[in-house]
Ligand binder design. Structure first.
Ligand code: HEM
Length: 277
């Protein structure tokens, strides 16, 4: 739960920024020193915490928190899904039993799916609104584009995000709905439909196509790039960045992203090289 004092402070700082309010007149925590109280009724009238929270979400700081929190939840899914998928290397029986276990628990599976969809939509909507807010707040275009100094990962955030989005749409059609490859309809274990679905065989058949494997590898590469930047931004958003942590956080983000990339890419690569067959 968000500390109301913190939310108040953050919201006030936001207003000061928005209205170019001189910071030497304002401590952000003592609103009566602020020359813009009429623009900011929340600071002068006591309101319910729901109201405060709503105001917070509608501020750009609130949006940043939403992007960061949903991003963390999605990162959790990416790591958990990777751990599940790596069971491909433990053999067909293991990964098929895992898939069967997931599908046998219908209710928790649908709750998790719903949570995932909400996080996904929240992440995208908050990001787009934030971009729009930032553009609107910018007085005029910079003479020299800030992009010139931005890192590759920052510049490609939108591109990598969009690629990951299209990858996920394809991936769901491919391995969850199984509508892209007619062979998947017949890969039930033991050659019989309506028995345990053979996820292992489906993945091996799917990645037998080098073009498709290449598409997966490039997509998880872009996902890793997206995560690499996202992870360090999360710490900045939560204000957890100290001088010391600013040095190791980007490295830790990169390391985790490389592990995620290597883990996901290892599956199509192993199929193409004949280690998984
Ligand atoms: C080599 C890489 C990957 C493999 C082999 C793989 C494999 C699979 C398989 C077999 C399923 C269907 C599970 C089932 O219905 O039993 C699945 C579902 C899914 N995958 Fe992946 N996946 C990979 C990468 C990814 C990545 C990078 C993401 C996200 C960024 C992702 C997101 C999902 C989602 C959202 C589902 C749907 C889960 C559900 O049924 O609710 N996958 N994946």
């Amino acid at each position: 739960m968000l500390d109301p004092q913190h939310a108040r402070k953050a919201f006030h700082a936001e207003l000061c920024k928005k209205f170019a309010h001189p910071s030497n007149q304002c401590s952000h925590s003592i609103p009566r020193f602020c020359s813009a109280p009429s623009l900011n009724p929340i600071l002068t009238t006591p309101k319910s915490s729901v109201n405060l929270l709503l105001k917070f979400w509608s501020s750009s700081i609130g949006k940043k928190w939403l992007v960061a929190l949903t991003g963390l939840a999605l990162l959790g899914f990416v790591v958990a899904h990777l751990v599940g998928n790596l069971q491909m290397f433990a053999g067909a029986a293991k990964i098929n039993a895992y898939a069967e276990f997931l599908h046998a628990n219908d209710k928790p599976l649908w709750v998790a799916r719903l949570g995932l969809i909400l996080c996904f939509v929240g992440h995208i909507v908050a990001t787009l609104t934030l971009v729009k807010m930032n553009r609107a707040a910018r007085p005029k275009a910079y003479a020299i584009s800030r992009n010139v100094q931005a890192k590759i990962s920052t510049r490609t955030m939108a591109l990598s995000g969009l690629t990951v989005l299209s990858f996920i749409v394809f991936h769901l059609l491919h391995y969850t709905l199984r509508v892209t490859d007619p062979r998947f309809k017949t890969v039930a274990e033991g050659g019989q439909l309506d028995t345990v679905f053979d996820v292992y065989r489906m993945v091996v058949l799917g990645f037998g196509n080098p073009l498709l494997s290449g598409f997966y590898i490039v997509s998880v590469g872009l996902l890793a790039l997206h995560l690499s930047h996202g992870i360090s931004s999360v710490f900045q958003t939560f204000g957890l960045e100290s001088k010391r942590s600013a040095q190791w956080m980007p490295t830790a983000g990169k390391l985790l992203s490389v592990v995620i990339f290597a883990g996901y890419a290892s599956i199509p690569t192993a199929v193409l090289l004949g280690f998984l067959k």
